[in-house]
Design a protein around this ligand. Structure first.
Ligand SMILES: C[S@@+](CC[C@H](N)C(=O)[O-])C[C@H]1O[C@@H](n2cnc3c(N)ncnc32)[C@H](O)[C@@H]1O
Length: 443
């Protein structure tokens, strides 16, 4: 079916059609926007500015619908709206309130889009709703639809910054105060810059800087890219470098930099897929004469780990597909262990526009049980005197300090050495948590 076949007078521009395809896949097929976007861009043969426009439209409309839906609802005369029409309206509202698209262009392209995708029926409604929306700016709409800031700060921010209320409460608890909460939620709504890692011994940061980047301030291996396609950089294409948030680099380095006494040659990454941290660990292991066992439960993700290792010397790494809760190795085998646990991902919301709407508080119960079992298995896997790093890309207390404290309470052979919590609005990284534990040496 072409874009004109349902009676559209003008052809629909391809970036908007592509953005609607992404919203539909996320709503109907539970797709991940960041995975479906490249396929949709290819299907519509979009590149450069058109691809960037489609990406911004889709990501923004998905991320911000916690604000846009009440705005749309305030403009309706009848409460019911077809989901397909709501998707078109979300795209239109994003253009009107958060992009520099002129009102007439945002409205007329949305009317064209609904005609092409749904039919002539809702064209008048889309036109009328978007005209009403265009009469006020973003601040005025926030004031109209969000709870009053002075009466209910978190309720206000949940709407104004488009986060589920329970997520706002969990992030506020992790921050320890409402101070910085608005900045954190706003940072979740901004696409992160692409950061690269130069895998030690395989690539040098100067090589990545030459490709147009700036060194990160805390990881000695990181370079923030000014723009462009990272896959076009030879070091990335060859697996000598990779795309990796600085926070993830710091977590891997927390494992390799922890002081230990005695043997230091057997390292374990218990939850390695898809292999970003494992590749950094393995390249450091190669330099230090150690061997990394990179374990991952899902075989297809273990295959991704093996692919991430394609430039790492084979002597430095073994990839294993197995359940980290019931490991196949002898207890006390390893000198250093990383547990980068499966988690809610609420510290990486800026990367996944839809994930805040998919997670539920009930998910946490299941995750916490698994996280505790994995951390316990990690401690069993390390030798006395060895180090375990427990990490999550979530700052939610139940998944971070809650897990560490519960596991330590059940053991008298392990102590916490230190911990850190990174934040997008303070550190420019994902909200990664890491705690370093030491298994007591035998006396
Ligand atoms: C947060 S991700 C790890 C990310 C990885 N460290 C990286 O930097 O690319 C958690 C991984 O744990 C895996 N996983 C879940 N349950 C597991 C288990 N019981 N044993 C081992 N791996 C598990 C998931 O499949 C997922 O790939």
């Amino acid at each position: 079916m072409t874009d004109r076949s349902r009676g559209s007078r003008r052809p629909v521009d391809r970036p908007r059609r592509a953005a609607l395809d992404v919203l539909t896949a996320v709503r109907v097929d539970d797709a991940y926007a960041n995975l479906v976007l490249p396929q949709v861009l290819r299907k519509h043969r979009l590149e450069g500015r058109d691809a960037a426009l489609a990406t911004e439209l889709a990501s923004g409309a998905i991320r911000m619908h916690g604000l846009y839906d009440p705005v749309i609802d305030a403009c309706l005369t009848k409460p019911r709206l077809q989901p397909e029409v709501r998707d078109v309206l979300r795209l239109g509202v994003h253009q009107l309130l958060s992009m520099r698209v002129p009102d007439h262009a945002a409205i007329s392209t949305s009317v064209d889009l609904v005609r092409a995708s749904v039919g002539q029926g809702p064209a008048g409604l889309v036109n009328a709703v978007l005209r009403k929306v265009s009469r006020e700016d973003l601040d005025a709409w926030v004031a109209a639809v969000a709870p009053e800031r002075t009466r209910d700060l978190r309720g206000h921010l949940a709407v104004a910054q488009s986060h589920p209320r329970w997520v706002v409460d969990a992030l506020a608890a992790a921050l320890g105060a409402d101070d910085g909460l608005e900045e954190l939620l706003a940072a979740d709504n901004a696409a992160p810059r692409v950061t690269l890692v130069a895998r030690p011994g395989l690539a040098d940061v100067t090589e990545l800087e030459a490709a147009g980047g700036t060194r990160t301030s805390r990881s000695p291996y990181g370079v923030v890219l000014d723009g462009g396609d990272p896959a076009a950089i030879p070091a990335v294409a060859e697996g000598r470098a990779g795309v990796q948030d600085e926070g993830s680099q710091l977590v891997a380095l927390a494992m390799t930099d922890a002081p230990i006494e005695g043997r230091d040659e057997r390292w374990l990454d218990l939850c390695a897929g898809p292999g970003g941290k494992a590749a950094l660990l393995a390249s450091l292991a190669a330099q230090r004469g150690a061997v990394l066992v990179a374990n991952e439960r899902q075989p297809h993700r273990a295959a991704l780990v093996a692919s991430a290792m394609r430039s790492v010397p084979a002597r430095a790494v073994r990839v294993v597909a197995g359940d980290g809760v019931r490991p196949a190795w002898v207890p006390g085998t390893f000198d250093r262990v990383l547990v980068d646990a499966p988690c809610s991902g609420l510290g990486a919301l800026r990367r996944r526009p839809e994930s805040r709407w998919r997670r539920t508080p009930e998910d946490l119960d299941v995750l916490v049980t698994l996280q505790r079992a994995l951390l316990d298995a990690a401690v069993e896997s390390v030798r006395p005197g060895g180090v375990v790093v427990y990490a999550t890309c979530s700052p939610v207390l139940a998944e971070t300090t809650g897990v560490v404290e519960a596991v330590l309470a059940g053991r008298d052979d392990t102590v916490e050495v230190d911990r850190f919590q990174l934040w997008p609005h303070r550190d420019g990284t994902d909200a990664m948590f890491a705690a370093r534990l030491r298994r007591r040496a035998l006396v």
